[in-house]
Design a protein around this ligand. Structure first.
Ligand code: ZN
Length: 261
């Protein structure tokens, strides 16, 4: 069986600036996410982070990635433009991209989706987030027993969130303080798919919730590239010869006749 090649990537945590996050994730968020994803026998999981050469996103790594899981928050501007461009190109050519928590602000997401504001609405008091499943036919909901997931301690991200209209809305979150957010949404870009799932603040143990792990696992599977026709994307379009002969008269003749009518 061909395994799904999964790369779990994060920007890294700074013990001075993010001590609570380092306490929760001593080996970084990428390693924690990989620890439960690795339990799936059909997935081959590698872990990379921004501090590595080529920002952990070399061409070789991306060429061997079917789905890229991305977690970033504070250091988006430190990612090189070259690494961002490689990720964008990989998505257009079929790689799946799972954007977690605030990763909508990352360079690749901004290029692919054009997020329209720098910072969305947020509040970090540890309130209840109720993540409602609103598209009951979507494969990302497989195995969930309830129609919502409660996150007892969460960071609020609220609408308007500056995202382009998604192709599909799978989850809408309601927060104890009153705001709402389209918190699980998808887009198709070229041959690739993108899923944004916003729960996952680094200072709260959101990723330990079994239903949240289930959604992330399902999302990875849904994002798997489709082995379909080879298409031309990302600048490969050009002036092409017809596939079958075109027998109409030269357009100058048609033009003359139309003028004489
Ligand atoms: Zn956060």
């Amino acid at each position: 069986m061909k395994k799904l090649r999964l790369t779990v990537w994060s920007e890294g945590l700074d013990p001075k600036l993010e001590p609570k996050a380092v306490y929760l994730f001593p080996d970084d968020i990428n390693t924690y996410l990989a620890s439960f994803l690795k339990e799936n026998q059909d997935m081959e999981v590698s872990v990379h982070s921004q501090s590595e050469p080529d920002n952990g996103l070399s061409q070789e790594i991306l060429d061997n990635t079917d789905v890229l899981v991305w977690w970033s928050h504070l250091y988006d501007q430190k990612l090189s433009d070259e690494a961002a461009a490689r990720v964008v190109e990989a998505v257009l050519n079929g790689m799946g991209l799972l954007l977690l928590h605030s990763s909508m602000g990352s360079k690749p997401a901004r290029i692919l989706l054009g997020k329209s504001s720098n910072t969305g609405k947020y509040r970090e008091v540890g309130e209840l987030e109720r993540v409602w499943a609103v598209n009951r036919s979507h494969p990302i909901l497989a195995g969930l027993e309830k129609e919502y997931i409660d996150i007892p301690v969460s960071e609020m991200y609220g609408e308007p969130y500056g995202m382009p209209t998604p192709d599909d809305v799978v989850f809408i979150s309601w927060f104890e303080g009153g705001e709402v957010l389209r918190s699980g949404v998808s887009w198709h870009k070229g041959a690739g798919k993108i899923f944004l799932f916003t729960p996952g603040h680094e200072e709260f143990p959101v990723y330990t919730i079994p239903e949240i792990q289930q959604v992330i696992t399902n999302a990875v599977r849904w994002l798997t590239p489709v082995t379909g026709p080879q298409m031309h994307f990302a600048g490969n379009l050009g002036n092409v010869e017809p596939l079958s002969p075109i027998t109409t008269e030269p357009y100058e003749e048609t033009w003359k006749r139309m003028q004489n009518q």
